[in-house]
Design a binder for this molecule. Structure first.
Ligand code: ATP
Ligand code: MG
Length: 403
């Protein structure tokens, strides 16, 4: 397996955020350090909008790439090879490499961060371009080359790379504020969490269970999903809240066709109370427009009318296959499809309402002691801190990486 002692990453959007640059960069570096904590990192540096990682001994490139693909804010990950101090050294390294390489066309790209180096970047590019053409009959194609030989000239000397795997993009976790994500055992909510982390949010989680009517194993499944997400952001809190007494009250006193919507209103009220404790500024759900009866725009509105925080729904415009694709890429799909009983999958009406109004739901729950039900559910809430992420080999390799 290909090993490396240096890895260079580009940053995705960080250069856009002028004023906050130092904070963004510091957060990104901390997140890189956390992701690589089990590899022998010697140093992490940040030359000009990039992150350069040196290892004390060779590590498999794919293992480094797998870890770095969980660090939002990274644009691409490159295995770089140190050639030496001079362009002659670079040619000595490239000569034997070129023999093994096949390509339709090529380009040389040089980045020079050591301004004392005697050649400019275009000079290095021309010199190495000529060298390549002495060995290969490849035509130069600057617009869309089949292969690009990258050269980095910094204080340490000259490095080169051709391999590049995509990073996850987005913004570093920690720069986008805090939210609490309503997480079920399904496919959608872990993906919703992933999408918000990708925009720099740090998340905590709230799960509603109906134990003993549902299997306590479903709580463990949610914990497993949070363990996957913890790979992308570091430790998180998971609140587990009993919904069963509320569901039984609603089933006994409220019209059947709006039951699910009333469960959801309680989920919002309870999540907000927990989110305040977690110092969150928003809720996150995995809802997608029209996916089920409770997710029509009228129902989303009538349920959300009890919310005071923004309810973020990053999947609102995605189709199920798109969501499944994301779930596979981030590594939650296999866990999500394990069988479980959702708290909403019993006490269900035959024909749920698809066009409710807030006033109608207010009337339907007029006979409930909302405050008391909320207090009791909060009293029964257990909060766990999820520190230990799933093993790295259960996180998929980044797209485009191959052995
Ligand atoms: P998912 O795949 O995330 O379960 P879903 O398509 O099954 O979503 P619903 O069951 O209608 O859709 O749930 C919509 C959203 O409500 C979920 O994405 C999640 O954010 C929240 N939610 C549903 N059930 C629970 C639960 N038991 N605990 C916490 N949040 C829940
Ligand atoms: Mg569900």
């Amino acid at each position: 397996m290909e090993t490396v002692t240096r890895v260079l990453c580009t940053t995705s959007e960080i250069s856009l955020k002028g004023g906050n640059r130092r904070w963004f960069e510091r957060t990104l570096t901390e997140n890189v350090r956390r992701a690589l904590s089990d590899l022998p990192v010697e140093r992490i540096e940040r030359p000009a909008w990039r992150v350069l990682i040196s290892f004390t001994e060779p590590v498999p490139f794919l293992e480094a790439a797998r870890r770095l693909a969980t660090v939002f804010g990274l644009g691409a990950v490159m295995a770089i090879e140190y050639a030496g101090a001079t362009v002659d050294d670079l040619e000595s390294l490239l000569g034997p490499r070129l023999k093994e390489m096949e390509a339709e066309s090529f380009a040389i790209r040089c980045i020079r961060s050591d301004k004392h180096f005697p050649m400019t970047s275009p000079e290095v590019e021309r010199r190495i371009g000529t060298f390549v053409q002495e060995h290969k009959e490849w035509p130069v194609n600057l617009g869309n080359p089949d292969i690009t030989i990258h050269v980095l000239v910094d204080e340490k000397g000259i490095s080169t790379w051709t391999r590049r795997v995509p990073g996850p993009g987005g913004l570093p976790v920690g720069v986008g504020g805090r939210a609490s994500c309503l997480i079920s055992g399904g496919i959608d909510s872990p993906v919703a969490a992933y999408q918000m982390m990708k925009r720099g949010m740090r998340l905590d989680f709230v799960h509603f269970h109906s134990v003993p009517r549902t299997d306590p194993a479903s709580i463990e499944k949610v914990e497993d999903l949070v363990r996957i997400l913890v790979r992308y952001q570091g430790p998180a809190r998971l609140a587990m809240t009993p919904l069963l007494p509320i569901q039984e009250e609603i089933a006994a006193r409220c019209p059947a066709e709006v039951r699910v919507l009333l469960y959801r209103r309680f989920m919002i009220r309870l999540s907000e109370a927990i989110a305040r404790r977690f110092k969150s500024d928003a809720l996150v759900t995995g809802e997608s427009l029209g996916q089920v009866a409770s997710q029509t725009i009228q129902n989303l509105r009538s349920v959300e009318s009890v919310a005071t925080m923004p309810v973020l729904r990053p999947l609102i415009g995605l189709d199920k296959p798109e969501i499944i694709n994301l779930a596979r890429r981030m590594g939650s799909y296999e866990t999500s499809i394990l069988p479980h009983f959702d708290c909403c999958s019993f006490l269900l009406p035959d024909r749920p309402a698809t066009r409710s109004t807030a006033a109608e739901l207010d009337r339907a729950e007029a006979g409930l002691d909302v405050e008391n039900l909320v207090t009791q559910a909060l009293d029964g809430t257990e909060i766990r801190r999820i520190e230990e992420p799933i093993p790295w080999d259960e996180i998929p390799l980044p797209e485009g990486a191959h052995q």
